[in-house]
Write a protein that binds this ligand. Structure first.
Ligand code: PEP
Ligand code: MG
Length: 333
């Protein structure tokens, strides 16, 4: 089936039995925001803010970031825009940041580890820009949410939260020239679940966050010890591996009965053959590259939650990737 044959739906969608699921898009640039709108995305589930920092000689100023975040929020006035704070390190390098030379950069100083360490000043500037944009954006019910990448301890989460509180209270007392009044409300706050540590700690993390967003690209890489993008270990690093499924299942179960909601922003979320499984697990938000939005919206509408839960029960019993694949095949109508 060609992409053209899938109708674009701008309204939010529900399963056949009436459970609404947010189908959002991932973005890194203003152009991506527009593509997301054109494909009927229900907001932005992952704004990869590091794109603002790449391919330039120095970091973007607070004013420049403010403008970009505010414009993203105003592009989706009725939807949530989740901005992920700087995720640098790993495979993403930036000249002006003086990153260390590491033998295993994916296991090194990356994501929140840098933001709470050598890049703390950048992190504070980014948070100021975000909080001000969230306060000033002219939106309907749309809201800013902030999430942090590569979490592996509770302290990282409490430290990042404390930093947000501090930045927010400084904005309140000092004000800023272009918007001197107005209390800054702290935005919805979440973490990426993309390390095995964060999946194991999910029950404890629910006390500290409003939401989880499962990043299957890194989660699969780290659970399976199989480098993402490395063709030699592609089958191993696949999200249909039972060990990856179990990490996801553990995370969603941890949030059950709490106020923490669970979404997904890794590649798995944009694969329509996974939609039924993810809904059956209990995810309520899926974020993906914009071009996948129409297909996944259709897949949501074709799903019945009770059938999806039966599929999950079967997949829980699967102990090999082949078993998972064949269960998924039989479920696809
Ligand atoms: C992920 O790891 O699944 C993810 C969505 O983040 P990124 O691909 O930017 O690392
Ligand atoms: Mg990631």
């Amino acid at each position: 089936v060609g992409n053209e044959s899938i109708a674009i739906q701008t309204e939010s969608v529900s399963t056949g039995d009436g459970h609404s699921i947010e189908v959002a898009a991932n973005a890194g640039t203003n152009a991506d925001i527009q593509t997301a709108q054109e494909h009927g995305a229900d907001g932005i589930g992952l704004f990869r803010s590091e794109f603002l920092f790449l391919d330039r000689a120095e970091p973007p100023t607070e004013a420049e970031q403010y403008k970009t975040y505010r414009s993203a929020l105003e592009s989706f006035p009725d939807d949530r825009v989740i901005v992920r704070t700087l995720d640098i390190g790993g495979d993403k390098q930036i000249e002006y940041l003086d990153l260390p030379t590491e033998e295993n950069p994916f296991l090194g100083e990356r994501g929140i580890r840098r933001s709470l360490g050598p890049d703390e000043d950048l992190f504070k500037t980014q948070l100021r820009a975000l909080l001000r944009a969230g306060r000033d954006a002219k939106t309907g019910s749309g809201t800013l949410a902030v999430m942090i990448p590569l979490v592996s301890t509770i302290e990282e989460v409490t430290d990042a939260r404390a930093m947000i509180e501090t930045v927010a209270s400084n904005i309140e007392t000092k004000g800023v020239d272009d918007a001197p009044d107005g209390r800054v409300e702290t935005p919805e706050f979440g973490v990426m679940i993309e390390t095995p540590a964060s999946a194991f700690l999910a029950p404890a993390l629910t006390d500290h966050v409003d939401f989880f967003s499962i990043g299957t690209n890194d989660l699969a890489q780290y659970v399976m010890a199989a480098e993402r993008g490395n063709d030699h270990v592609r089958t191993l690093g696949d999200y249909r591996q039972p060990a990856v499924f179990r990490a996801i299942d553990t995370t969603v179960r941890a949030a059950e009965g709490t106020d923490t909601w669970v979404g997904m922003c890794g590649e798995m979320a944009g694969d329509p053959s996974m939609t039924e499984l993810l809904i059956g697990l209990g995810l309520t938000e899926l974020s993906m590259s914009a071009v996948s939005v129409p297909r996944v919206k259709t897949a949501v509408q074709e799903t019945s939650v009770s059938e999806a839960q039966a599929l999950v029960e079967n997949i829980r019993e699967a102990t090999t990737q082949d078993m998972i694949k064949s269960l998924l095949r039989t479920s696809v109508r």
